[in-house]
Design a protein around this ligand. Structure first.
Ligand code: FAD
Length: 408
């Protein structure tokens, strides 16, 4: 059995940012990060890889290179949690004791939930920007297509970066428009949801691009099976009266956003709510029942948009509140639900959607955030990746300082 003052489960965006923010406040803390992977990914870059703007390699760095100095990396996966004993058990049987626990395991892509999908991903015209190794195939497929049907899918919520499924479509359409073949491609967007985007202010400008690219929108339409060799996709379509029927569509290119679910080890633990996500206060991010446990990132049950931008704001809040609790006081700071999604609607322009709890617009810049902008594109293509690697993962809390005091 090993012991650490603070144990963080997951070395993704949220876990590493939290470790860095803790150390920024108190050097010398004994922190361990439990993480099975040797690689750390900048997942927001994967839509840009699929659009042919970034090389995949730029979105991956070694886990060792992002681990803040002084933090112990325990290579392994948490298999079960014993919060009453302040203990985590790893898949290989090791146990770790903690004073404070942070759960940042992200969300699981359920590729196996769609029959036929796993077998054909990466071939037969079936791709997804939701995997590092497949995002380059999205670009290859798009550039190889001369005519035919391209289908882009979005599963039911929750998913990480709810704008990413349509960003895959916009960037492919922008490429086809540039090379003059857009008119020969039947572009379809199938979303299991009832609208194009969850925040109403952003729908009209996005609809302008749907019109411009002549994309067919299908609401309440869920991908339920894929037959790669025969290039057929089956959708369950639910109409306004709640009646469901199945449609089989031929495709030449199919971009799939996988259904997503809570990480199994968390879902089956006492830390989860009924949906399987870590049950935390939406403001303080402290666990609702275990005061020495915090949760953040895609794996917790706060009703914000699951984005790295959200994790950027949450990590400093967790750091401040965790240290306060560690010192015997109460959590002091509150998260406002901030999340952001730069919607890359065409090469060179993005709509920078920024919003918090209840859909409240929270623009970081004094501009109308519903407008597609060149500056928004620069933000997505240059500034945000730089901010991620050089600030967020290093405890430099630019655009993320914890300001709001917790009051109730
Ligand atoms: P992750 O970064 O996924 O990290 C979770 C970590 O936990 C992983 O390293 C995993 O190996 C580890 N783990 C899992 N299970 C266990 C276990 N049992 N034990 C130990 N460790 C475990 N966000 C934006 O802000 N803007 C965007 O434009 C954007 N676009 C996106 C586009 C795509 C295609 C994708 C896939 C994501 C996008 N995101 C975007 C979302 C963003 O990447 C996530 O919201 C962010 O990475 C969440 O951080 P996290 O630490 O919660 O999860």
């Amino acid at each position: 059995m090993t012991q650490h003052q603070i144990v963080i489960i997951g070395g993704g965006s949220a876990g590493i940012a939290t470790a860095a923010s803790l150390l920024k406040r108190q050097r010398g803390l004994d922190i361990a990060v439990v993480e099975p992977s040797d690689d750390h990914f900048y997942q927001p870059g994967w839509t840009m890889v699929g659009g042919g703007i970034f090389q995949a390699a730029t979105t991956r760095r070694s886990m060792a290179s992002v681990m803040p100095s002084g933090v112990t990396h325990i290579k392994g996966a948490a298999a079960s949690f014993q919060p009453a004993e302040n203990q985590v058990t790893l898949a290989d049987g090791r146990t770790i004791q903690y004073k404070m626990l942070v759960v940042a395991t992200g969300i699981t892509a359920a590729w196996d939930a769609i029959p036929g999908l796993n077998e054909t991903l990466g071939s037969n015209g079936v791709t997804s920007n939701y995997r590092f190794d497949l995002a380059p195939y999205t670009y290859k497929l798009a550039m190889g297509l001369k005519k035919g049907r391209a289908i882009f899918t979005q599963p039911p919520m929750p998913i990480k970066c709810p704008g990413a499924p349509q960003k895959a479509m916009y960037l492919s359409c922008s490429n086809w428009e540039k090379i003059g073949i857009l008119g020969d491609i039947d572009v379809q967007f199938h979303t299991a949801g009832p609208s194009l985007f969850g925040i109403k202010e952003y729908v009209p400008p996005l609809m302008e691009y749907i019109k411009r690219y002549d994309a067919q929108l299908n609401f309440g339409s869920k991908l339920v099976a894929v037959d790669g060799p025969n290039r057929k996709a089956t959708f369950a379509q639910t109409d306004a009266d709640g009646k469901t029927s199945q449609t089989v569509l031929d495709f030449d290119m199919l971009h799939v956003t996988p259904p997503q679910r809570a990480v199994e080890a968390v879902a089956k633990s006492l830390l989860a709510d009924a949906t399987g996500f870590v049950d935390v206060s939406p403001k303080t991010l402290q666990h609702t029942r275990f005061a020495n446990v915090f949760g953040l990132g895609d794996g917790c049950n706060t009703p914000n948009s699951k984005t790295a931008a959200a994790a950027r704001k949450q990590a400093p809040i967790v750091a401040v509140n965790l240290l306060s609790v560690l010192n015997g006081a109460a959590a002091t700071h509150a998260y406002d639900g901030y999340g952001s999604c730069p919607l890359t609607v065409e090469h060179g322009r993005a709509i920078v959607a920024e919003f918090g709890y209840g859909g409240k617009l929270l623009p970081s810049f004094p501009w109308d955030s519903t407008k597609p902008r060149w500056l928004g594109w620069q933000l997505k293509a240059n500034f945000l990746p730089w901010l991620y690697w050089n600030a967020m993962l290093k405890g430099r809390e630019w655009l993320a300082a914890p300001l709001e005091r917790h009051t109730d």
